[in-house]
Design a protein around this ligand. Sequence first.
Ligand SMILES: O=C(O)C(=O)C[C@]1(C(=O)O)C=C[C@@H](O)C=C1
Length: 104
Amino acid sequence: MSSETTSSATTAPAAPGTGAHTPEAVGMIGDARRRIDDLDGRIIGLVQERMAVSAVIQRERIASGGRRVHLSREMEILAHYRDQLGKPGTALAMTLLELSRGRV
Ligand SMILES: O=C(O)C(=O)C[C@]1(C(=O)O)C=C[C@@H](O)C=C1
């Protein structure tokens, strides 16, 4: 049974939008969500910057007669993300690589 169903007799109803039951919790969650929105905006900006740098590398390699994809470099990136973030880090790195070079 969830805490929302067990605590409704003793606490105020949840304020819409946060799931919290006290004004303090609503305020704290609102503050933290603003920080998350800011972080997400910066993460998206960094992803877009990464995509642009990756495009420069790929253009240069292709213009020199090479291929778009460089598998051993991708293996290094996947290992780095996995080492830092665990198994989901691999999925995140694969998504970043797909955004940067398209689907292989
Ligand atoms: O580092 C490179 O050689 C790149 O082309 C960049 C990049 C990347 O986005 O990290 C993109 C495609 C390659 O397959 C490997 C890595």
